[in-house]
Design a protein around this ligand. Structure first.
Ligand SMILES: Nc1ncnc2c1ncn2[C@@H]1O[C@H](COP(=O)(O)OP(=O)(O)OP(=O)(O)O)[C@@H](O)[C@H]1O
Ligand SMILES: [Mg+2]
Length: 253
């Protein structure tokens, strides 16, 4: 049985998608079979992993709302062991359509149940909100990975996210664990990054992952080429840090 990791933080622009795409690619390079699920109507994980936009292409929305079978929404990438379930702006509609449906929080979990035995890892990129799509992501997951940008107010919202986690554990997903908090966009030239890292480790201790993702312009450039960092610039610090993250996650088992 594979492990499903949801990447979530309702704060926008903290590195969720960058982490989802590059962790997924890193695990695939480590010879694990990986399914990257884009659960965000922005579709950034889809384009960032090189899945081409086509009108006729089916997406997560079609599976959730129109019962299109799972095998029709799984697409290959440049990595032999990495596949993607794409999303586009239609997915925003699912959030509305699902509101009055039974088991609306379980749609993604039910969809991915079959895939769980086929992949070593399923990585879910959640949107920047605590709405129904994120709740679906967290209900489908075994663990939660929270990217945290080394900025002012970085910790704001983490408490709210952990409240949501506690609520989910009481009802929808008692088994959900914390994979870790990941420091992103760390800038070693600023005292601020160091201060945020220190606060976070003081407060959350060993829940903070050892791997720290530096601010690295190559990471910001790679998505416009539809490439994970390891294909775009394998020697960059961004690439090294995400390979290290993949190894750390593998060590968690
Ligand atoms: N370590 C990094 N160094 C430099 N730029 C980065 C880094 N991580 C992410 N970025 C850039 O910062 C922006 C936000 O990153 P990303 O899209 O991964 O965040 P997100 O949390 O998924 O955003 P959203 O909440 O909108 O989904 C992007 O332009 C991305 O390329
Ligand atoms: Mg994103």
């Amino acid at each position: 049985m594979g492990k499903t990791i949801a990447i979530a933080n309702q704060k926008g622009g903290v590195g969720k998608t960058t982490t989802a795409v590059n962790l997924a690619a890193g695990l695939a390079v480590e010879e694990k079979t990986v399914l990257l699920v884009d659960a965000d109507p922005q579709g950034n994980a889809t384009s960032g992993s090189g899945v081409i936009r086509e009108k006729s292409r089916k997406t997560l929305y079609d599976a959730i709302s129109n019962q299109v079978p799972l095998e029709n929404i799984i697409f290959p990438t440049e990595f032999p062991l990495l596949w993607v379930i794409p999303a586009d702006k239609n997915l925003a509609g699912a959030e509305i359509e699902l509101v009055d449906q039974d088991r609306r929080e379980y749609k993604l979990k039910e969809l991915l149940d079959v895939a769980k035995s086929e992949f070593d890892y399923i990585i879910i990129d959640c949107p920047p909100s605590l709405g129904l799509l994120t709740v679906n992501g967290l209900t489908a997951a075994d663990s939660l990975l929270v990217p945290i940008q080394c900025e002012y107010f970085a910790l704001e919202g983490v408490t709210e996210l952990f409240d949501t986690l506690a609520r989910l554990r009481r009802s929808l997903n008692p088994e959900l664990t914390i994979e870790g908090l990941l420091l992103t966009m760390y800038d070693e030239r600023t005292n601020l990054s160091a201060a945020v890292a220190r606060d976070l480790r003081d407060f959350y201790g060993s829940q903070v992952l050892d791997t720290v993702i530096p601010r690295n312009v190559r990471l910001a450039e790679a998505p416009s080429f539809g490439k994970p960092i390891i294909l775009y610039d394998i020697r960059s610090r961004g690439s090294e840090s995400y390979m290290q993250l993949a190894k750390e996650i593998l060590n968690h088992g």
